[in-house]
Design a protein around this ligand. Structure first.
Ligand code: FES
Ligand code: FES
Length: 141
């Protein structure tokens, strides 16, 4: 596999050995799914979180990315960073931190942006599911 030389070794590592690749059942009430696309290049990233409904802790994460090496590496890092954190904590993860961690060049910043957006979308999806589940309980009670 040939990657341009400007890639930092952490990118190559996360690209060759991506962490947490795969999917959870998106209908699982403890799962939040974020699906985002980059208009600039058409790449798509799906990031899922699995939440402990009692503690609100993100206990696991998965991703599937159809995109460039930087997008794959960014999603891999994102899944590692969200695990063990609270949802409000992961909302503060910035794409610039991911980009810095991977030493992404400026033209690849939008790839790390996908990861930030995907985390936010996954949290939003989980919260929307939880809200509608609560509403359902109230309605049938
Ligand atoms: Fe994997 Fe830092 S090298 S998250
Ligand atoms: Fe578009 Fe990387 S080139 S996500």
């Amino acid at each position: 596999r040939v990657l341009p030389r400007f890639y930092h070794e952490r990118v190559v590592d996360h690209y060759d050995n991506p962490r947490n690749v795969g999917s959870f059942d998106k209908n699982d009430p403890t799962v939040g799914t974020g699906l985002v696309g980059a208009p600039a290049c058409g790449d798509v990233m799906k990031l899922q979180i699995k939440v402990d409904p009692i503690t609100g802790e993100i206990v696991d994460a998965r991703f599937k990315t159809f995109g460039c090496g930087s997008a794959i590496a960014s999603s891999s890092v994102a899944t590692e960073w969200v695990k063990g954190k609270q949802m409000e904590e992961v909302l503060t993860i910035k794409n610039t931190e991911i980009a810095k961690h991977l030493s992404l060049p400026p033209v690849k910043l939008h790839c790390s942006m996908l990861a930030e957006d995907a985390i936010k979308a996954a949290v939003k999806d989980y919260e929307a599911k939880r809200a509608s589940a609560t509403a359902g309980t109230t309605a049938t009670a």
